[in-house]
Design a protein. Structure first.
Length: 76
């Protein structure tokens, strides 16, 4: 789950918690909203923690060849 999906889940949860005043038989919308908000927050936190291993801002954690080129010169 990426940052975008996490933000959508958090927004949907916040809307269900604070903006919806409807009642549905068999469902508690506020509880579903809190669950969506929590899942979105956990997903965003995990995305930020593992960002460097996914090749985010600083590149891959192993220092792989993504976007970098190694030139070796052999002078004879």
């Amino acid at each position: 789950m990426g940052i975008g999906v996490s933000l959508v889940l958090m927004a949907a949860g916040a809307i269900l918690i604070w903006a919806v005043n409807a009642t549905v038989s068999g469902l508690e919308l506020h509880t579903i909203g809190w669950i969506l908000l929590a899942v979105g927050a956990i997903g965003a936190l995990l995305s930020l923690i593992f960002w460097s291993s996914w090749g985010g801002v600083g590149g891959p954690a192993d220092g792989g060849p993504r976007g970098r080129r190694t030139v070796v010169r052999d002078d004879y």
